[in-house]
Structure formats: C-alpha cells, structure tokens
Write a protein that binds this ligand. Structure first.
Ligand code: MG
Ligand code: FE
Length: 169
C-alpha cells in the first residue's frame, strides 16, 4: 500500500470524526435558538446535511478503509473545540455560536479541499465526488452565516436592550 493512500484513509477518518463533532455542536446550538427562527431553520437544515455527510464518508470508509493497517482514531482531536462551542456562554451564546460555526465551516472546507486533492492523487473518484458534495454544503453554510451575521448581531443587540429595559422596570 502506498503512503498517500494511507493518508487518504486517515483524512477520511478525520473528516468522519469532524462531522460527528459537527452534529454534536449543531444540536447543542439548536436548543438555544428559539428566538432566532431563521438561524435555527438554517442550522436545522445543516444538521440534516451533516448527518448525510457523515454517512457518505462512512460508506467510503467501509469500502476502502479496510485496506488500512493503521487504524488510528481521530476522535478526541476535535472534542475540545466542539465542547467549547456547545458549552455555556455568558449571555451572548448566539453570537459565540455564530463565531464558532463560521470557524468550524472553514475547517471543514479546508478538510474537504485536502481530501479532494488526495482522492484525485489516488484515483479515488467516489471519494473525490463525496468530498466535493460535502464541500459545497460547507461553503453554502459558511456563506449563509457570513451574509446573516450582521442581522443576527442586530437581533441580539435589540433583544439585549429590550431585556435590559425590562429588568429596569
Ligand atoms: Mg460538515
Ligand atoms: Fe458544516
């Protein structure tokens, strides 16, 4: 087995672990977004996409993963980040969540860009196709988050001001 094939399989495993972390993170965020219906809907949509991404990667791994002698588990690597994202924040969790989501989407974008290059180098057309499909969904999510960040911030600030006024009364 070539070394680049080992790396391809390792990165597929890493991406699968990343999507499992994404699922935890997005589920955690959803529970705090009752007051932000549009953001909540988009995150719910991406949670569904994320589950499909994980299952697409799993299919690739089931097909080619057995070739790998190195069964390294990437599990713990991203745990800290996902925990910090799904943790409790001091009042501005919707903004901290937006910041973390936008960052996470870009890590996913970089991961799939790497996977596509590695898959093409190994002639693994199906891995490249799956990675491109996942990549497009991550890019769409990152674009949506960016284009709604100002609006989310304004909603957060209005709500914070209203809460503050209510507390004074
Ligand atoms: Mg993803
Ligand atoms: Fe994503």
């Amino acid at each position: 087995m070539t070394q680049s094939r080992d790396w391809l399989i390792q990165w597929l495993r890493d991406a699968h672990a990343m999507e499992e972390q994404a699922e935890t993170m997005l589920s955690g965020q959803l529970s705090r977004l009752e007051s932000y219906p549009e953001l909540g809907d988009r995150i719910r949509q991406h949670l569904d996409e994320t589950r499909q991404q994980a299952s697409r990667l799993k299919s690739c791994l089931d097909r080619i993963g057995e070739e790998s002698s190195a069964m390294k588990d990437a599990g713990g690597k991203l745990t800290a980040m996902a925990q910090s994202i799904s943790g409790v924040f001091a009042g501005d969790e919707v903004m901290k969540g937006s910041l973390a989501s936008y960052t996470f989407e870009h890590m996913e974008i970089a991961s799939y860009t790497m996977l596509i290059a590695a898959a093409n180098a190994e002639g693994e057309a199906e891995v490249a196709r799956v990675s491109e499909q996942n990549l497009r969904e991550e890019e769409a999510m990152a674009d949506w988050l960016k284009s709604h960040l100002a609006e989310t911030t304004q909603m957060f600030l209005s709500r914070a001001a209203a809460d503050s006024d209510a507390a004074k009364r």
